[in-house]
Design a protein around this ligand. Structure first.
Ligand SMILES: N[C@@H](CCC(=O)N[C@@H](CS)C(=O)NCC(=O)O)C(=O)O
Length: 209
């Protein structure tokens, strides 16, 4: 029995929900984090000492860090998310790129433009994150000239990790300007059933009031 801890408005939780939906795996969903609280309790800290979501449990194992969970699902439950040995390094590369180069400027800009009231925003931080996020998006656009999907010619968990982040960029940056390959990739992701139900959803509960 799989249990997933974390609110569905979290981008990192959405990565796991998307993979579970792709694999048609049923799971128990425990809604914690953000406005729902529950991540500072002793019970939750015993699952994830960092106190962050998602947390994932399958039989006897408990895992945190969204990309570790994606890798686990692809190895354990496979299906069309199994990765050929020859492709694995490229999938790892784009998962790490997403975690280190794409997600940080995205989250910085998202916090400024969505999660911070206009009067408290920093124009300096907005400029810095916009610049770094644009550079990461350009790198993705360039890569998508060479392969059909982000890491390889087939859909992988790297598309899930980066795709969730890309959807969240729509409101905060001119995502599609001069990025035709990224636009094509976005269209393909957006037509997937799991993307429609898990990713292209409202995050209004996160907006600063
Ligand atoms: N590197 C971690 C980041 C986890 C993380 O920062 N999660 C956020 C939500 S996206 C969180 O727990 N925020 C506190 C909260 O929602 O209460 C991962 O990929 O799982």
């Amino acid at each position: 029995m799989i249990t997933l801890w974390g609110r569905g408005s979290s981008a990192n939780v959405q990565k796991v929900m998307w993979a579970l939906a792709e694999l048609n795996l049923q799971f128990r969903h425990v809604i914690v984090g953000g406005p729902y609280g529950g991540t500072t309790s002793e019970e939750f800290k015993s699952l994830n000492p960092v106190g962050k979501i998602p947390v994932f449990q399958d039989d006897n194992i408990t895992l945190w860090e969204s990309h570790a969970i994606l890798r686990y699902l692809s190895r354990k439950h496979g299906g069309h998310l199994s990765i050929k040995e020859i492709d694995q390094p490229f999938v790892d590369q784009w998962l790490d790129f997403t975690a280190t180069c794409f997600f940080p400027p995205f989250v910085g800009l998202f916090w400024q433009l969505v999660r911070t009231r206009p009067s408290d925003r920093s124009q300096e931080l907005i400029a810095l994150h916009t610049n770094n996020l644009g550079a990461a998006l350009d790198i993705i656009d360039e890569q998508l000239k060479k392969s059909r999907w982000l890491a390889t010619n087939t859909f992988t968990i790297a598309d899930i990790a980066a795709g969730v982040t890309m959807e969240r960029c729509l409101e905060i940056i001119d995502l599609h300007q001069n990025r035709p390959n990224l636009t094509r990739w976005h269209g393909k992701l957006a037509s997937r059933e799991a993307y429609k139900t898990v990713v292209a959803t409202s995050y209004e509960e996160l907006r600063a009031k």
